[in-house]
Design a protein around this ligand. Structure first.
Ligand SMILES: [Zn+2]
Length: 415
C-alpha cells in the first residue's frame, strides 16, 4: 500500500516546517487579500456593500492577527504558504542585496526560498492543489516544487499545461486579459478561483490578489467599497460551492501624508550623505519591485548597509533623529524581533511612523505616477490583518495569531 493511501485511511497529518496539517476534508480556499487593512472590510460591511463578509461574524469565525515584518507582499505571501516566518523561508523583501552576486536584485526567484510550501507538500501527498496570483512576480515562489495548477492573472494568456498545469485560461474563465494596474487583475483571480472550484475542484486553492486598489483608495470610499463588493460576490460563490474559506492579508495599508495629502517622506540616502558623509552607507528599500507606479517605491521599512562597522552607531543616531523615523534596530535586534534571515538584511533596519514613508534619494523616486495621495505599507503600523473563516473554528490556540496561521486554522480547526 502506498504511503499516501495509508495516510488517507488513518487521516495522518503531514508535517511541513515543523507544523502539522490535516489533509483537507472539503475543498479549502485560502484567500490573501493584498493590502487589506481591516477597516476596508468594516467600512464595506457598514455601507451594505459586503453581505457575505457581514454574515461571517454569525456563521463563521472573525479573528485578527499580525503579518510578518517587513509588512510587504513577498515575505508575507511566502509566510502564509510555508506557515513560517522569514527566518525559516528566507524571503525578507521584494528586493534585497544578494551577497553572492554582490548586487541588489529582485527576490522573485525560487532559488531564494529556503523552505518547502504547504501547497507543494499537500500536492506531494496526493491532493489537488491550485494557486492563482494576480501579479506574475509571485508565481514562481508560490509554485515552487508544486505539482498542480499555478498561474498568474497577469500572464493568464501564456498559461500552458507543461508550465502551469492548465491551458486556455482566458477561455475557461471567460474574461479578457486584465491590465496589471487595475482592479480587474484581482477580479480575474477570483473568477479563476470560482472556475477552478466548479471544474477541477482542487482540495486546496490559494488565491492572492494585488493591492492596486488599496494603494489608491481609503477604506469606505466608493473605489474601495466597490472592490470589496466584487470580492464579496465571488466569495459567496466559493461558499455556495461548498468550500471552506480562510481569508487573510499580506499586510495592511495607511495614508502616508499630511493633512492636505502631501506625502511625508524621509529620504534616508540624502540624509546620510549629508551627515555621515557620501559613500559611507547605502540605503536599500525592500518594497522595490517592477510595479512601483502606484507607490513610487516608498514604504515604511528600509535597511541600511554601512561600509565601516565602526560607523554603525553614528549612522543609527542620524537616522533616529529624523521625525519620520519610529525605530532603528541593528541587524541582530531586527533579525531576532522580526524573525528575519540575518544574512539577508543590512546592518540597520529602519521603520517609519504610521503617516510617513522612507525613500533613498529624492532623485531616485519617480512620483509622477502618484495621481492620488500616497498610501503605502511596510511598517509596524500595517501589521494588523484579518483572519476570517466561513466556518466555526474549534480550539483556536490562545495568544498572538499570525497571517501564516491561516492554513493551520483552516485545515486543523474547522469542526
Ligand atoms: Zn502586498
Amino acid at each position: 500500500m502506498s504511503l499516501n493511501k495509508l495516510r488517507d485511511m488513518t487521516n495522518t497529518p503531514i508535517s511541513v516546517n515543523q507544523r502539522a496539517y490535516h489533509l483537507p476534508r472539503a475543498p479549502t480556499v485560502i484567500v490573501c487579500i493584498d493590502g487589506c487593512e481591516q477597516e476596508y472590510i468594516n467600512q464595506a460591511v457598514q455601507a451594505g456593500s459586503a453581505p457575505f463578509f457581514a454574515k461571517l461574524a454569525a456563521r463563521g469565525t472573525v479573528l485578527s492577527g499580525d503579518c510578518v515584518m517587513p509588512s510587504f507582499t513577498n515575505p508575507n505571501n511566502l509566510s502564509i504558504v510555508t506557515g513560517a516566518p522569514p527566518s525559516v523561508h528566507g524571503i525578507c523583501g521584494n528586493y534585497f542585496f544578494d551577497p553572492e552576486q554582490n548586487a541588489e536584485v529582485l527576490m522573485n526567484d525560487a532559488r531564494y526560498l529556503r523552505a518547502p510550501t504547504v501547497l507543494a507538500q499537500l500536492a506531494a501527498a496526493g491532493r489537488k492543489v491550485a494557486v492563482v496570483t494576480a501579479k506574475d512576480k509571485l508565481r514562481s515562489l508560490l509554485g515552487h516544487g508544486l505539482q498542480g495548477i499555478c498561474f498568474s492573472a497577469e500572464k493568464a494568456d501564456e498559461a500552458n499545461l507543461e508550465s502551469n498545469g492548465i491551458d486556455r485560461v482566458l477561455e475557461k474563465v471567460g474574461l479578457q486579459l486584465p491590465s496589471v494596474y487595475s482592479a480587474d487583475l484581482s477580479e480575474f483571480v477570483f473568477a479563476a478561483g470560482v472556475m477552478l472550484l466548479e471544474t477541477v475542484r482542487p482540495d486546496l486553492m490559494y488565491l492572492s490578489t494585488t493591492d492596486y486598489v488599496q494603494h489608491k483608495f481609503a477604506p469606505g470610499t466608493e473605489g474601495a467599497n466597490s472592490f470589496y463588493a466584487m470580492m464579496d460576490r465571488y466569495l459567496k460563490r466559493l461558499d455556495e460551492g461548498g468550500a471552506v474559506i480562510g481569508i487573510t492579508a499580506d499586510h495592511g495599508m495607511n495614508a502616508k501624508t499630511d493633512a492636505l495629502g502631501k506625502p511625508s517622506i524621509a529620504y534616508l540616502q540624502d540624509v546620510l550623505d549629508a551627515t555621515a558623509g557620501s559613500g559611507k552607507a547605502r540605503v536599500l528599500l525592500p518594497i522595490t519591485d517592477p510595479y512601483v507606479v502606484h507607490h513610487g517605491a516608498l514604504g515604511s521599512y528600509a535597511t541600511v548597509y554601512v561600509n565601516d562597522p565602526a560607523d554603525i552607531p553614528l549612522v543609527s543616531k542620524y537616522l533616529q533623529a529624523l521625525p519620520e523615523v519610529e525605530q532603528v534596530l541593528d541587524r541582530a535586534e531586527a533579525a531576532a524581533r522580526f524573525e528575519l534571515p540575518v544574512d539577508r538584511i543590512g546592518d540597520l533596519v529602519v521603520l517609519s511612523h504610521r503617516l510617513s514613508v522612507l525613500g533613498t534619494s529624492r532623485t531616485r523616486h519617480d512620483l509622477s505616477g502618484l495621481t492620488v495621495p500616497l498610501r503605502s505599507h511596510g511598517g509596524l503600523s500595517e501589521q494588523r490583518i484579518p483572519l476570517l473563516f466561513n466556518r466555526v473554528l474549534q480550539d483556536v490556540p490562545p495568544g498572538r495569531l499570525r497571517n501564516f496561521d491561516v492554513l493551520s486554522l483552516a485545515l486543523n480547526h474547522v469542526g
